[in-house]
Design a binder for this molecule. Structure first.
Ligand SMILES: *[C@@H]1O[C@H](CO)[C@@H](O)[C@H](O)[C@H]1NC(C)=O
Ligand SMILES: *[C@@H]1O[C@H](CO)[C@@H](O)[C@H](O)[C@H]1NC(C)=O
Length: 442
């Protein structure tokens, strides 16, 4: 008998050891979350106990995903809505330790404090839905949310968030379908980058303190009720018209902020482009000199060009396309294209222009990439002070002649447009070009 009691205890102990589950990693973050909320409605989480498995189906609001390979199921979703749960925003940091978390809803609870300090990046690989509306979260827009690159729905409506909507939001959250920021205290402009969200189907920023013009594509895509309750927003679809200052000022602010963030990379691109621009300018100057010299020696051959001229007079508008040029080229297409200045000189300014396409911004490199359009380099020469009609006529003739040159080492002139005020020269765009490679061919 004396021996039996310890034996039974030993057996019980062994049984307990065998049946106690292998530590379930996802239980730890969930229980940490629960204890961080302690005292704020956690009775709703009574089913979350240390002795049970979050994926047993018994934990309130927790759903799991069957593992593809042998192993334990992982927590995939947490939906705890309208339960009077609360506590500091810091409690959410515990949930960021769930590596397979794909949706999280804490709608309509009583959470407070700044979301800005919560690092959501550990859940970036999977998180698709994030609903935190109807709480009392405060502070600025949480920057780490911008790292949730697969996020499809973001609902932060009905909180106390302040500050501006991050200007780069549209380029960071490319997969976003739903963006609800209504009923907060956001200020500043609606970022122009929102137009880059190709999938955005549900936008609501009503009831904030936003100001300035509503970006055109957003105005066209969403109803007025997406924007109401921001007395300082103007332009369609709102009744309030924008003053000239608002129209320009806000757009520039947005672009300015976007630019600063990627300034290092941008500067590199700009410098490379400036080098290309300089090279093009040098080539043009050389070419013009060569033509002048050549014309003295030999009568020019007529250029192979198709011309659309509104008048033969040198002072009138004229658009000329050379062999192999762009089907759709005309000045309007050129003006509609997205342009980027490559360089500026005393007599001319050089731009890179995407004709007939949209510019888009590449996620990883923060550089501008082209979708659909055709890239060309446009050199814009102003009319020289005191130039006579005869000068102008001669200048056009030279350009016409340059258009007939086709040589591997010369940047092709594709087309030109001439009017009384200016001359636009359209060249092939040479990606990754450099001054050196242009000057030395290869
Ligand atoms: C929010 O939750 C409370 C209970 O906590 C409920 O009474 C209320 O109707 C809910 N509101 C919404 C908008 O879901
Ligand atoms: C936007 O939110 C406001 C307030 O929450 C609501 O009244 C309005 O209907 C919403 N509009 C859209 C388009 O969702």
């Amino acid at each position: 008998m004396a021996l039996r009691v310890p034996l039974i205890m030993l057996a019980l102990l062994a049984a307990a050891c065998v049946s106690s589950p292998v530590p379930i990693p996802d239980a730890v973050p969930l229980l940490a979350f629960k204890s961080a909320c302690a005292g704020h409605g956690t009775t709703a989480l009574d089913s979350w106990t240390e002795s049970s498995d979050p994926c047993s189906g018994e934990w309130r609001g927790v759903t799991c995903q069957r593992p593809s390979s042998p192993g334990h199921p992982r927590v995939r979703g947490i939906v705890l809505e309208g339960l009077g749960l609360g506590g500091n925003a810091g409690a959410l940091a515990a949930l960021a330790d769930l590596p397979a978390l794909s949706f999280l809803s804490l709608k309509n609870n009583t959470f407070t404090g700044s979301l800005h300090d919560v690092d959501f990046s550990p859940v970036a690989p999977h998180l698709k839905l994030l609903y935190l509306s109807g709480n009392a979260f405060s502070g600025r827009f949480p920057q780490s949310i911008l790292r949730l690159r697969h996020l499809r729905r973001l609902d932060l409506a009905g909180n106390r968030l302040t500050g501006t909507i991050p200007p780069e939001i549209g380029r960071r959250l490319r997969a976003l379908v739903t963006l609800r920021l209504a009923r907060n205290s956001f200020v500043g402009p609606l970022p122009a980058s929102l137009e880059a969200m190709a999938m955005l189907a549900d936008l609501n920023v009503s009831g904030n303190h936003l100001s300035g013009q509503i970006p055109k594509h957003l105005a066209a895509a969403f109803p007025a009720s997406s924007f109401t309750g921001n007395p300082e927003l103007c332009g369609a679809p709102m009744r309030r018209r924008c003053s000239r200052q608002q129209r320009r000022g806000d757009g520039e602010t947005t672009r300015g902020q976007v630019g600063r963030r990627n300034s290092r990379y941008r500067w590199m691109v700009v410098m490379i482009m400036a080098a290309v621009g300089a090279a093009v300018a040098t080539l043009i100057a050389t070419a013009l000199c060569a033509v002048l010299w050549w014309k003295k020696k030999k009568k020019p051959t007529p250029p192979r060009a198709s011309s659309r001229t509104s008048s033969t007079s040198a002072s009138r508008e004229e658009t000329v396309r050379f062999d192999g040029c762009c089907e759709e080229f005309d000045v309007r297409a050129l003006m509609m294209g997205a342009a980027e200045m490559l360089g500026k000189g005393a007599a001319a300014t050089t731009y890179r222009v995407f004709m007939g396409g949209q510019t888009d911004v590449n996620d990883d490199h923060a550089g501008v990439v082209k979708t659909g359009g055709e890239a060309v380099v446009v050199k814009r020469l102003r009319r020289r002070e005191g130039a006579t009609r005869e000068d102008e006529r001669r200048r056009r003739e030279l350009v016409r002649e340059m258009g007939s040159w086709r040589h591997a080492n010369i940047v092709n002139l594709r087309a030109f447009y001439a009017s009384a005020e200016e001359l636009l020269l359209v060249f092939d765009y040479i990606p990754h070009g450099s001054l050196h490679s242009l000057l030395h061919g290869q």
